[in-house]
Design a protein around this ligand. Structure first.
Ligand code: ARG
Length: 441
């Protein structure tokens, strides 16, 4: 009788290489490996493919999902200005639902009952794979060898590999756990687990340290069309090429390093180092175009929902109805969001220094304090009267309470002293003309 099949998300590393053997041995399955190319730095994909077959996979597949990752996933992340806990642009969280989708597709193609991943039992990625897979096929069975097997230490794993002829030397040995793709690199473990320890220089691969960055600033103009980046320096490029180009430019200037403590879904805090050059630049530039073009009420509503979007994606709910509903809201907000953002890169920083859009709601003639002002100051008084009417009415009705707030004697036994800085109006105004006065409250 033919054996049941499993599709394993494969990286070519030691863990997933051992998974091939373990799935055959422990579950008596035929193993089909699947490597998803998301733009990660990897050995030659043909070499990885051959390695899986050598270890005993019946089929070894490589899927180039870069375009899909960019156009279906990162495009929505840009629309959501996606930053988990306002700091992490979700590079790993965004890649798992793409891989989950491919695993299910291949399982259906090959009639496999199972899919498998090489995540540990301690991280978020296991959640993202399994919730993602079951959102796309609730009947498929998921196996997580690394969570189940008895190989608790690296030497145990190496011994298992060696006893089964799994090539250990060819697997990349790194003191860190690394996950990377077009959207950046995540680095964990090793010395980084000591939250007091500054990351050693060797954790970084995509970004220069400040000492290695160019001494001169570089200006780069990024164009957007309907909320998506469309050109660099006026040269039309695909979203994928823009990400690749900005990873190089921003990386050269040391932009996009993040060192944080992050709250994992599984309840623990972890220390994470990220390198996200293009993601940092594109989210900043995208926010700047939104600032120019989005109506205030829409912008404020969107800001509240962005936090929720990032949390859902971090927590493995890419394929949830709520997340899809938020995407629909974001899609409406991105219509007509077109224009140019000028950014200056220098010594680890990238700042927006100019913006323009034919759809801008920012109007210089309304904003100016100089010539050509078209703002109608006369309507300000009436506006303020009505805007403040309810608070004023409340104050009239509750006069005693209001009076107490302002005129009650200070009963505190200690006189507090504070410092206020005031301009010396007698002297000519200059930065040196400020004086400090102590005053009792
Ligand atoms: N903490 C990040 C996240 O949960 C990154 C995980 C990266 N995974 C890894 N194997 N290094 O999204």
């Amino acid at each position: 009788m033919a054996k049941a099949k499993v599709v394993l998300a494969y990286s070519g590393g030691l863990d997933t290489s051992c998974c091939i053997q373990w799935l055959k041995e422990t579950h008596d399955l035929d193993v089909i490996t699947l490597v998803c190319d998301l733009g990660q730095e990897a050995e030659d994909l043909d070499v990885i493919k051959a390695k899986a077959l050598k270890i005993g996979a019946i089929e070894s597949l490589v899927a180039d999902v870069r375009e899909e990752f960019v156009n279906e996933f990162l495009s929505k992340a840009i629309a959501a200005n996606a930053m988990y806990e306002n700091k992490y642009p979700l590079l790993s969280a965004l890649s798992r639902p793409v891989i989950a989708k491919k695993l299910v597709q291949v399982a259906h193609q090959y009639g496999a009952e199972y899919v498998a991943h090489g995540c540990t039992g301690k991280g978020n990625d296991q959640v993202r794979f399994e919730v993602g897979v079951h959102a796309l096929d609730p009947d498929i069975k998921v196996l997580a060898p690394v969570r189940e097997w008895e190989l608790h230490t690296r030497p145990e794993e190496i011994a298992f590999a060696e006893s089964h002829g799994i090539p250990v030397d060819a697997t990349r040995k790194s003191p860190y756990s690394i996950d990377d793709n077009l959207w950046g690199r995540a680095i964990e473990c090793g010395v980084l687990e000591d939250a007091w320890q500054e990351p050693p220089a060797d954790v970084y691969k995509m970004t220069n340290g400040i000492g290695e960055t160019p001494s001169e600033p570089q200006y780069v103009t990024i164009s957007f069309e309907n909320g998506l980046p469309s050109a660099i320096e006026g040269k039309p490029m695909s979203f994928l090429s823009i990400i690749e180009e900005l990873n190089l430019i921003a990386g050269t200037h040391g932009v996009g390093r993040i060192d944080i403590i992050e709250n994992r879904l599984v309840g623990l805090k972890s220390r994470e180092i990220y390198e996200v050059p293009a993601a940092t630049v594109l989210i900043e530039a995208h926010k700047a175009i939104e600032d120019m073009c989005l109506d205030a009420a829409l912008l404020h509503q969107k800001l509240e929902m962005e936090h929720k979007w990032a949390e859902l994606v971090y927590n493995g709910l890419w394929y949830s109805q709520l997340k899809e509903a938020l995407d629909a809201f974001n899609a409406v907000s991105q219509k007509g969001l077109s224009g140019q953002i000028k950014m200056r890169f220098h010594a680890g920083s990238c700042v927006v220094v100019g913006r323009k859009s034919t759809n801008a709601l920012y109007s210089q003639s309304l904003a100016t304090y100089g010539d050509g002002d078209t703002f109608d100051r006369d309507s300000a008084k009436g506006f303020i009267d009505l805007w403040g009417l309810s608070t004023k009415t409340w104050a009239q009705i509750h006069k005693d309470e209001v009076t107490k707030k302002v005129d009650a004697p200070d009963t505190s036994p200690v006189t507090k002293t504070t410092h206020v800085t005031v301009m010396d109006t007698a002297a000519k105004a200059s930065d040196d003309d400020t004086k400090e006065y102590a005053c009792a409250l």
